[in-house]
Design a binder for this molecule. Structure first.
Ligand code: BEZ
Length: 322
């Protein structure tokens, strides 16, 4: 059952009536719209946790940034005004560059590589480090591999020079586009369709799923499947609210998040392929490019980020050993 903000009260009453114990209502926020896999997964997680805790842990999902952007949600998580979230890495990487290392270009080839790295030691260290932000880290998800959509035809990477390319406000993404000579333009996801349609940006770094669901292709002349970065998602809880939750319920919540997040990550191999096939049914040419296509920008990015983020070298070593 998909249950977003509206049906909360009724379900709580049902839970109380069924169990004779008050249901604790929790709020989970995320920026993705209802059809996005993150939102679908959040809803599945909430349903399973409600069922397995006999309604004691009742998570209400607020998609599409209804609780605010990630900066605003982070504050609410820190004060305990909200409880759970799926976040991009932007807020963390802008406070501690080590959280940007997963954005290392071509650190993995594909979703399978990303899945391994997200289960690795470095990923676990970063998850544990969420405590420094007043959060509890519940696991890593992802939104597939990054690709590029532009409003004009792009043959070589030179065609991207000087172009306004939408990124998220995320230092490692900005750095990559600066190395390419483009003009990275940070912009939150909900503003993107209009900005692309009216020419405020010339292109975007985005996910395959979003390109189809949000119809960015409608104003595109090139769809470039570059798979140049993985795009992890941090699943987090308010540290305060987490500490106050009974241990037995915490164990159930952890188990459900962990299992569903792994399913989400693994599923992106097919999700990316399915949405690519859908994009190929449009009039917009879809082309594949590889690391060499990007020229010296990739090595330049590494030279800069090895200095900025010491944990990058650990992640590179892990990736090399996979
Ligand atoms: C984005 O801002 O590009 C994005 C955010 C969350 C999921 C997928 C894409």
């Amino acid at each position: 059952m998909k249950r977003f903000a509206g049906a909360a009260l009724a379900a709580s009453i049902v839970a109380i009536a069924a169990n004779g114990a008050a249901a604790d209502e929790y709020r989970m926020g995320l920026i993705t719209p209802p059809p996005h896999q993150w939102t679908v997964t959040a809803s599945v997680v909430a349903d399973e946790i409600r069922e397995r805790t006999d309604g004691r842990v009742d998570i209400l999902v607020f998609p599409s940034g209804q609780l605010g952007n990630e900066a605003q949600m982070l504050q609410q998580l820190q004060t305990g005004a909200m409880d759970f979230a799926f976040f991009t890495l932007g807020e963390f990487a802008n406070r501690d560059p080590n959280y940007g290392i997963f954005l290392a270009p071509f650190i993995v080839d594909d979703v399978a590589g990303a899945r391994k790295l997200l289960k690795g030691e470095t990923a676990q260290k970063l998850l544990d480090g969420m405590a420094d932000f007043g959060l509890a880290g519940l696991g890593w998800g992802m939104a597939g591999m990054r690709m590029i959509v532009t409003s004009h035809e792009v043959e070589t990477v030179e065609d991207l020079k000087g172009e306004k390319i939408r990124t998220i406000p995320f230092a490692p993404e900005l750095a990559f586009w600066e190395e390419l000579g483009a003009a990275p333009t940070p912009m939150p996801l909900p503003a993107l369709y209009d900005a692309f349609a009216n020419g405020q940006v010339d292109g975007m770094q985005i996910d395959v799923e979003g390109t189809w669901n949000s119809k960015y292709y409608e104003h595109a002349k090139s769809i470039i499947i570059s798979d140049h970065m993985m795009f992890p998602m941090a699943s987090i809880a308010s540290g305060r609210k987490w500490a106050a939750m009974p241990e037995a319920d915490r164990a159930i919540v952890e188990e459900v998040f962990s299992e569903k997040l792994d399913g989400l990550v693994a599923g992106y191999a097919d999700i990316d392929a399915d949405y690519r096939a859908k994009l190929e049914t449009t009039d917009v040419p879809v082309k594949d490019v590889d690391r060499a296509w990007f020229g010296p920008a990739v090595d330049a990015w590494y030279a800069r980020w090895r200095e900025e983020a010491p944990m990058l070298k650990e992640l590179e070593a892990e990736a090399a050993g996979m």
